[in-house]
Design a protein around this ligand. Sequence first.
Ligand code: GLC
Length: 723
Amino acid sequence: MKHNKIVMTFFICISTSLNLKAQKPAVELSVETKIEALIKKMTLEEKVYMIHANSSFTSGGVKRLGIPELVTSDGPHGVRPEFGRDWNLDNNSLDSGTYLPTGICLAATWNSELGYAFGSVLGSEANYRGKDIILGPGINIIRSPLNGRNFEYQSEDPFLVSKMAVGYIKGVQSQGVSACVKHFIANNQETKRTSIDVQMSDRAMREIYLPGFKAAVQLGGVNTVMGSYNKFRGQWASENNFLLTQILKKEWGFKGMVMSDWDAVHSTVQALWSGLDLEMGTDLHMLPNPDYSKFFMADSVLKLVKAGKIPEYIIDEKIRRKLYIMFKTNMIDGKRIKGQYNTPAHQKTALQVASEGIVLLKNRDKILPINKTETRKIAVIGYNADRKQSMGGGSSQVRAFYEITALQGIRNIAGKTEIVYAPGYEIKRDAKANPELIKNAVSIAAAADMVIYVGGSTHGYDYSVWSDNAYDAEDTDKPDMNLPFGQDELIMALVKANPKLVVVLMGGGALDMNKWLDETPAVIQSWYPGMEGGNALAKILFGELNPSGKLPVTFPNKLADHPSQQMGEYPGNLDKLTVHYYDDIYVGYRYYDTYNVQPQFAFGHGLSYTTFEYGNLKLIPTTDKVIVSFTIKNTGDKAGAEVAQLYIKPGTSLLPRPEKELKEFTKIFLQPGESKTVSFTLNKDAFMYYNDVLHAWVMDKINYDILVGSTSRDIRISGKIKM
Ligand code: GLC
């Protein structure tokens, strides 16, 4: 018996160990293998169902294979309010979220770490709200001050755009969801945006309009790209082989997914072959019962494949990319990290971005910061001082959890100083100066120690009126650079009544200030500074914060001076529906500095309550790079941050080049008297330009000036090197 027991035990041990071997954990299959296995199991109908929208913001999945719908949401500075699947704003959802400052305010911080923080908030809130893709950042180059969506975008300079977009994208995707860089490419105006054909040179494309997207793909690792509405060189951008396949996928190695802008697809065969992976949009004309099977990349694809006119591998490639980002964002294995919503930390980031993005443009006689103890009464004037902006602008609208207006922010901090308010003007379509409102505003201004005026542009208020009285909104461009609603008359009356006037302008960019700027001692650009914008502005006005924002766009003296007006076409020939970018590579300061035109305020301009001194420039050239180092000292009596900008100025090049180009920048914080050494490494590509005769990036072996300064026109130290 005993013997049997031993034998039995022996066999149990052997079989267990064999069993264990048999249960050896399955080798973890690669994502690529999992994707191919899924594609093999899918029917053609299921594949086609995945490559087009199946509701306002979703596209199809395959339930039986565990492939969920893909859920997208706007927008670039906050998660948009919930829409029903049929585009009805669902006003009952708990969808009030963190309303971050808009893109141009983020860019005005010149702080790429803040870009990451901004993206992290946005991605976390999108994740919490059940979104797989947040449709941002919008990074189209700001070519004209009239573009209605400049507030959503970043800059006139491709290097600044690249640095801010990469941080933003990494932040969003660190939260387990996808970013979607848009609009690829040349959506630089809203006038006829869904029909205009953009014509530009290879140099303008390579040196100005592509770099931000290239950085988003190659440095930011962006998961998705949104094609734009317009045509590019005669072909719709969202079904454009050259852009989507040649450049994006082949040249840049983009592995993610390309979606169209909403209703931006115009064909089936062209779209299928172009490299477009997903047709988004809603046939609004089919509302309230949209039939998504009628989409270009829907039933008609089935017919073409079944008739052998389109090879199925074309569809498989689209599915492959869509599944790739779905695996990358744990949509299939369900292991996505949790999102957060409306947290104090998110609101703190909103405050930080506003605090660092608001720009002090002028401060004559140091009228700012306001000394509370010496200021008994302040008159706050201007409709924008107490207007909530978050729901404006179009698709980028956000139902803010709360929004501190300038008036509220000032009241929060004013202490014993009395604050009185008058709107001074009204916001409605084509409103002119209102004598009654001006009279009332002037009377309280005259009786105050100081006047803070808050005006500027505005947003169409909400989805229903988004193009109504909109001066910063999607689908509409500004008519001109004039302050709307008769504000010039109001400001001129105010500065007569009380010369201690601070003008705060909100909006997406430059406005014409000529009628009152000389008489006005202080001017601040506050963009659309998000839910904490009023607090940030007030902290700057009263000196609790030292302003550090810098203009990411040139503010022209007048619209006619701008290169898109001087050299280019804007908005183009609307009969022929073409716009030629004859301003070419001379966008923004590249034009003003090359053609010696004085701007109102230069690219990179922004004052501080302290002063900075630059020195000890060292240029150490090596075989293929240049090490640049210099010191910056805070020579004032307040702590503050300076954005040191480095430009290269080439000698006589083979082809014409701009007078200078931004190639590095950094934002450093210094205590009074503190000095820090900054060092940059300029690689060869910092000196290169696109030779459109050779169709290649080249570097001329010539002398280059290295310019380091506080703005593009305030160069403090410089040196020469020969490359
Ligand atoms: C809009 C915009 C795009 C937005 C999309 C979805 O037309 O151009 O930026 O993400 O449609 O709302």
